[in-house]
Design a protein around this ligand. Structure first.
Ligand code: BGC
Length: 812
């Protein structure tokens, strides 16, 4: 029989492995720098490059001069409830990866929304493992169809940020299997990912980069995963335990627990070379799949056709927006004047912070989007409230570049630095520049204010700085590194250094010079600092009064409220669910002045909306990606309906069932067991602000009939719906499964399947929803296996977990 491509690749891998000595093998298992594995020319292996992930492909440079398409946040992608759209997102990301020379995308994030306080909530999909698995599988399928690898992350139970390097999450076997492992299992089965990333945290006493049981026995053994296991960045802590725990690649480099340390461990007899070979085999298999191993046919020889990233970003955004309230049909907007209000309406927050950051070439804000879409003279703008209380990366109004000099002051290289942020890692330096000769980096250019008044300028980062604005030097001193915080230089707060009165529209010169550190003693040379800026501060009451005036005079008021990077990012959890600053006061005041007030919530995770019954409409726009403002205009004007449904329950902090995200004495018990998200809200009998699955479009649907048919291996539910409204629309038919006899050890009901249909006004549509066998199973701790729970179930089809329209009973 002819060999399959996989078998031919395996033969090339074996031959290459056989030609490598121990030192070369162990070198291959360690990063050579922040993002890549070393080349091994003796076997025709090129460097293998990885990059974050998940909403775009940042590439090996952390810099705005190397832009990437920025898609909506993962919460937004999940809100589309559309695995096929996730596939298309993946195809675009593979195209971006290829353009940037990236072979493996460090995504998707499929940890669960265990608590709304999780800092990286925006970066994960849902509180429901089934929805997470389906969307994640689509994403992985799409990326890999473009010949680019993925690392499904963070394996496993990395559901919060507090003490993330050390926390020991104590998770029962049932919760682990039914909730936290479930999306990984689905994705391995459905999309055959070429990689996973093991998390920083421990699970039940063992750190995940050494978790032999979960990696070797469950992931590889039970599920048949054949990809690589890469550590989260700096998560690997030991040499032998990590290798025996199934960790293949320790990132980042160049100093890791593998490389020479691993070769030594083999020579000392602490670990068998065969274990090293297993890991190398997997890395070479990945290299072959992505096409960097000579002689091996890559998994994808013809990448899919070109995708228009701008158009796709806009499509996903409007399909993700969730209209949670639309009193009296306030949306779409009627013809008339619009008062647009909110800091984020002008300076949109399109993505979450931390390693998920990418730098889009452009951002369409709500103000840009509505200006383009509405007739001239019908739109006004007021800030209303600005939740940003600190200096932010120099952006709007700045034109900057970086100039590198040697110790004599001679220019040795330059690079664009559009947003005043420098983050040069390893050998990523402007052309002609090396760490040996580089002495200073100067950010220099102009700033043209859009508002008159007292502007504040400052620095972020550590080291010796000189800051000059409009010819005057305001700061010339050294900022020492923060104590006890290895990431302080990256994520440390901004410090104000100068206050300068400036006039709108009049450009001034700006220069920030930093004497760069001597970095010889550091594992990896990094140059990172930022010019930060803040606009003139206005009296908050005055700002609200101004917005109220604008709202009163307009037919509709559209208020954009948002979280900030201090609220939703990596490395910390949220403390509460409130909107920062005076935004709640703003909405209340505007709503009192204009009954047609529409609120857009620009946040990646749930926030409290205490005024929600007092406004006409509430639209959740998530972090909508670079085209968010254009998509918002599409939806507000009615050109498209908002297509999203909540992938996670939105409710208040007081009612949220799981709010503990911090460990005590290093351990965080997942005491709630299998009851997170809607499973927990239902058990507690509490009513959230907006339930899981909820979302309105611009038409209405009747659920006319449902039937169920199947065997133990799966049930097909056929649902017939009718579009009872006046325009065409898309409905997401959700199917929940509820044991007819409630069983307190199980949730009252859970999502078992979903599918979408489209129909014109008055038209009927039928959809088949597949419920997998697993929907009827529980993890039996006594036998350590899945157990099919026979009996009578209600199959409930509807529009959300609360709005169930039709029920059929089946016996299985
Ligand atoms: C994050 C990962 C990310 C990695 C590389 C880590 O801090 O947890 O999600 O892929 O950094 O940026």
């Amino acid at each position: 029989m002819a060999q399959t491509a996989e078998e031919r690749r395996a033969a090339v891998v074996e031959a290459a492995l056989g030609r490598l000595g121990l030192d070369a093998k162990t070198r291959l298992l360690a990063g050579q720098d922040t993002w890549s594995l070393p080349a091994l020319p003796e076997i025709g292996l090129d460097p293998l490059v990885m990059s974050d992930g998940p909403i775009g492909v940042r590439g090996v440079r952390w810099s705005a001069d190397d832009p990437s398409v920025a898609l909506p946040s993962p919460t937004a992608l999940a809100a589309t409830w559309d695995p096929a759209l996730a596939v298309r997102a993946g195809v675009l990301l593979a195209q971006e990866a290829r353009r940037k020379g990236v072979h493996v995308l460090l995504a998707p994030t499929v940890n669960l929304h265990r608590s709304p306080l999780g800092g990286r909530h925006f970066e994960a999909y849902s509180e429901d493992p089934y929805l997470t698995g389906r969307v994640g599988a689509g994403y992985v399928t799409g990326v890999q169809s473009g010949g680019v690898g993925t690392t499904v992350k963070h394996f496993v139970a990395n559901d919060a940020e507090t003490d993330r390097f050390t926390v020991d999450n104590i998770v029962g076997e049932r919760a682990l299997r039914e909730l936290y492992l479930a999306p990984f299992e689905t994705i391995v089965a459905a999309a055959r990912p070429w990689g996973v990333m093991t998390a920083y945290n421990s699970v039940n006493g063992t750190t995940m980069t050494e978790h032999r049981h979960l990696v070797e026995e469950v992931l590889r053994g039970e599920w048949g995963f054949d990809g690589i296991n890469v550590s989260d960045w700096n998560a690997a802590r030991s040499t032998v335990a990590a290798l025996l725990g199934g960790l293949d690649i320790a990132m980042p480099g160049p100093r890791t627990v593998y490389g020479p340390a691993l070769a030594q461990a083999v020579r000392d007899g602490e670990v068998e070379e065969a274990a090293v070979d297993e890991a190398v085999r997997r890395v070479l298999r990945l290299a072959a799949r992505v096409g960097v191993l000579a002689g091996a046919e890559p998994a994808v020889t013809e990448p899919p056709g070109t995708v228009d990233g701008v158009a796709l970003a806009r499509e996903i955004a409007r399909r993700s927006f969730v209209l949670v309230r639309n009193d009296g049909g306030a949306l779409p907007l009627r013809p008339g004047t619009v008062a647009l209000i909110g800091a984020a309406a002008r300076d949109a927050r399109v993505l979450g912070g931390g390693s998920a950051t990418v730098f889009p070439a452009r951002i369409v804000s709500p103000l840009d989007g509505l200006t383009a879409a509405l007739p001239e003279g019908t739109l006004s703008y007021a800030v209303g409230a600005d939740p940003n209380t600190e200096l932010a990366t120099a952006g709007q109004g700045f034109e900057l570049r970086a100039v590198c000099r040697d110790s004599d002051g001679t220019v040795i290289g330059t690079r664009d630095a559009p947003d005043g942020h420098i983050q040069w890692m390893g050998s990523d330096l402007p052309e002609g520049v090396t760490h040996d000769i580089l002495h200073t980096v100067e950010l220099t250019g102009t700033f043209t204010p859009r508002e008159s008044g007292r502007h504040t300028f400052g620095t972020r980062g550590v080291g010796a700085f000189t800051l000059t604005v409009d010819g005057t030097t305001h700061y010339d001193d050294v900022q020492p590194p923060p104590a006890n915080d290895p990431f302080g230089a990256f994520f440390g707060g901004p410090v104000p250094r100068a206050e300068v009165d400036l006039a709108a529209g009049v450009p001034v010169g700006v220069s920030l010079t930093r004497v760069v550190h001597r970095t010889a003693d550091r594992p990896m040379p990094v140059i990172t600092f930022t010019l930060v800026h803040q606009e003139p501060r206005r009296d908050p009451d005055e700002l609200i009064a101004e917005a109220v005036e604008a709202a009163r005079g307009a037919d509709t008021a559209v208020v954009v409220v948002a979280t900030t990077e201090r609220v939703e990012s990596e490395g910390f959890d949220r403390e509460d669910l409130r909107l920062p600053g005076r935004q709640d006061d703003l909405v209340r005041a505007v709503a009192a002045a204009n009954p047609r007030t529409v609120v857009i919530v620009n946040a990646g995770s749930p926030v409290e909306l205490p005024w929600r019954e007092d406004v006409a409409a509430v639209l959740l726009s998530w972090f909508p990606g670079q085209e968010g403002g254009a998509a918002l205009a599409d939806v507000l004007t009615g050109a498209h309906e908002p297509g999203g449904r909540l992938p996670t329950t939105w409710g208040s902090m007081a009612d949220a069932p799981v709010t503990r995200v911090g460990p005590t004495d290093g351990a965080l018990p997942y005491d709630e067991d299998v009851f997170i998200g809607y499973r927990a809200w239902q058990r507690a009998g509490r009513t959230p602000a907006y339930p899981f699955g909820h979302g309105l479009g611009y038409t209405d649907w009747a659920y006319e009939s449902a039937g169920a048919d199947g065997t133990a291996d799966g049930v097909t539910v056929t649902v017939r719906v009718r579009n009872t409204g006046e325009r065409a629309g898309r409905e997401i038919v959700q199917v929940y499964l509820a044991p007819s006899e409630p069983d307190p050890s199980r949730p009252a009901r859970w999502l078992a399947g979903f599918a979408s249909v489209e129909a014109g006004p008055g038209a009927r549509a039928e959809v088949a929803v597949e419920l997998p066998r697993r929907a009827f199973e529980v993890w039996d701790e006594a036998t350590a296996s899945w157990s099919y729970v026979k009996g009578s179930y209600e199959i409930e089809a509807g529009r959300s977990i609360e709005d169930r329209r039709i029920t059929v009973t089946i016996n299985v």
